[in-house]
Write a protein that binds this ligand. Structure first.
Ligand SMILES: [Zn+2]
Length: 298
């Protein structure tokens, strides 16, 4: 773990998941916590090595790799924890992710693992969109929904901490179908970031870039391409197609190889999000045919 300075006050701790940090007037603010107790321990050790403070922590969204270390940080340090209202529900009740992935039913044991269900943390304050002050820090809180329900981005000292609103190009190529819960909100959030002119941007996964717009555009292209592909398959089927059959086609088309049930379910959630967008836009209809959810072109 290394601390890289990216502006006057802002730093980035690069890893599988990037963590943001800012220091001003003797106070320290962390953006996300990493996956678990072990990542939280490393953060504390790193800040101690550099003699840097830790007082506040913003969790951008309720995915374990972003909030999982928060409970340990709260036990070790007296930090004030911030998150959006809806994501707080998950951070405080981590079983909600296995629940929503398992269609709302009580989840099977296989889903109750450290990648889908982190240790619960208590959110101290709900963070709202807009200009906010946390201790000595002045920040612009951006609403970046799409990848999760109420994800927040943080603009501070001319640096954007974009969370998982976009992925680095290599990560995007690896995932092929990125995790989202709302396709059009994802694209709208990306369009908004694309209009920002700040010094640089840190995605949750990928590299810090000053020229980040090309990466953001690559993400927009990726989502639009998946939506267009799914629509083309529905158009190509004369009597429509079941949700299950189309999902299977998506797995084959993108050569997706989920390593476990959790990973398969994450892909299914993204698939459902693209289908929702196509239905809401009026391009396709959904009905129950042959006791299956059935998609047809209008
Ligand atoms: Zn995420």
């Amino acid at each position: 773990m290394e601390l890289n300075q990216i502006s006057n006050h802002c730093f980035m701790i690069k890893g599988n998941v990037n963590i943001g940090y800012a220091v001003k007037n003797g106070a320290g603010l962390l953006i996300d916590t990493g996956l678990d107790k072990s990542s939280a321990k490393k953060i504390i050790k790193l800040l101690k090595q550099h003699n840097l403070p830790l007082d506040y922590c913003i969790v951008t969204h309720g995915h374990v790799d972003h909030y999982g270390g928060a409970a340990f940080l709260q036990r070790e340090k007296e930090i004030t924890l911030y998150a959006s209202k809806l994501e707080s529900a998950i951070i405080q009740n981590p079983i909600l992710e296995p629940i929503y992935l398992w269609n709302g039913a009580w989840p099977i044991k296989e889903l109750r693992n450290k990648f889908l269900e982190g240790e619960a943390a208590e959110v101290s304050e709900v963070l709202m969109e807009g200009a906010q002050e946390i201790g000595p820090f002045t920040l612009q809180v951006l609403s970046l929904p799409g990848h999760s329900y109420a994800q927040l981005g943080i603009l501070m000292d001319n640096i954007l901490f974009a969370a998982d609103a976009y992925f680095g190009v290599q990560i995007l190529k690896k995932h092929k179908v990125p995790f989202i819960v709302d396709a059009n909100a994802t694209i709208d959030s990306l369009e908004m970031i694309n209009k920002l002119s700040c010094h640089g941007s840190v995605p949750g996964h990928g590299d810090f870039e000053t020229e980040f717009h090309q990466t953001v555009q690559e993400n927009i292209r990726c989502h639009k391409e998946i939506k267009a592909y799914l629509l083309s398959e529905i158009k190509a089927s004369n009597n429509g197609i079941s949700m299950d059959a189309l999902l299977q086609m998506m797995f084959s088309h993108y050569a997706l190889t989920p390593a476990n049930i959790g990973s398969w379910l994450l892909y299914r959630t993204s698939f459902t999000a693209y289908i929702s967008a196509l239905i809401e836009e009026g391009g396709i209809t959904i009905s129950i045919d042959y006791n299956k959810l059935w998609l047809k072109c209008v």
